[in-house]
Unconditional design. Structure first.
Length: 242
């Protein structure tokens, strides 16, 4: 297939031919006109805020393509919590240290409405998974599923149930990850432990940042509230032939 040495532009949109939120035409036309980073339309209109960084991000790696795609995964979340419940930790509670309701693992797993909602949200993420695999030439080995849980808000759109760990900031091999406030098992957050086990074998360092009041309650997380000065490409993109 076609190669894109400068990468691709990922745009959050609604389903084709729907009346949902779309990128302003003049902006999309401008991006299309540059040609060398051919935009990819993703489906993000299922989210209340509607940004792609609410369900995906990229982290560097020293193998394969030089990166991994991280995708938010309600399926991975439920697998983890069912595992912990079977191990006898069903009464371990979320959000320790915060002045809010503290549902336990048992509470979350018996909430049939929440599970039904997340089945739908997982389908939305899977739609994007297929698009990203096709457009970026990815395989399942290039993707890491990060435990995530969403809740349905007004209008049937999703908001993160707890600080969303894919909404992270990448600083070289160091990752600033929203602190999820998961159940403590043997003194450690089981969500933090699961993500650390997934990412640190890639040579990455995980630091979990409490953004609950500063960003999470305002419908964002670490990536929404940060910016990074990146080293520019050595190649001049305007000299690149599409």
């Amino acid at each position: 297939g076609k190669e894109y040495p400068l990468g691709r532009i990922l745009i959050g949109n609604s389903f084709p031919r729907s009346n949902g939120r779309q990128m302003t035409k003049v902006v999309k036309d401008f991006l299309l006109a540059q040609k060398v980073q051919d935009p990819v339309d993703l489906y993000s209109d299922w989210l209340q805020v509607g940004h792609v960084d609410e369900f995906m991000s990229f982290v560097p790696s020293n193998d394969r393509k030089g990166f991994r795609l991280l995708l938010a995964s309600p399926t991975a979340f439920y697998q983890l919590f069912k595992e912990k419940q079977k191990q006898g930790y069903g009464d371990a509670a979320m959000f320790q240290g915060l002045s809010i309701e503290k549902p336990t693992i048992d509470d979350i797993l018996k909430d049939k409405s929440l599970k039904k909602q997340n089945n739908y949200f997982q389908n939305c993420i899977d739609w994007n998974r297929d698009i990203l695999k096709k457009e970026l030439g990815l395989t399942e080995q290039d993707i890491i599923d990060i435990p995530a849980l969403f809740k349905m808000e007004t209008g049937g759109m999703a908001d993160s149930y707890f600080p969303n760990m894919v909404n992270l900031v990448v600083l070289g091999k160091y990752l600033g990850i929203p602190k999820p406030f998961g159940p403590l098992i043997n003194g450690k957050c089981c969500l933090e432990k699961a993500v650390t086990c997934l990412l640190e074998p890639l040579g990455l360092r995980c630091t979990f940042i409490d953004d609950f009041h500063s960003y999470h309650l305002n419908l964002g997380d670490v990536h929404c509230g940060t910016n990074v000065r990146r080293k520019p490409f050595t190649v001049k993109w305007w000299n690149t032939k599409p």
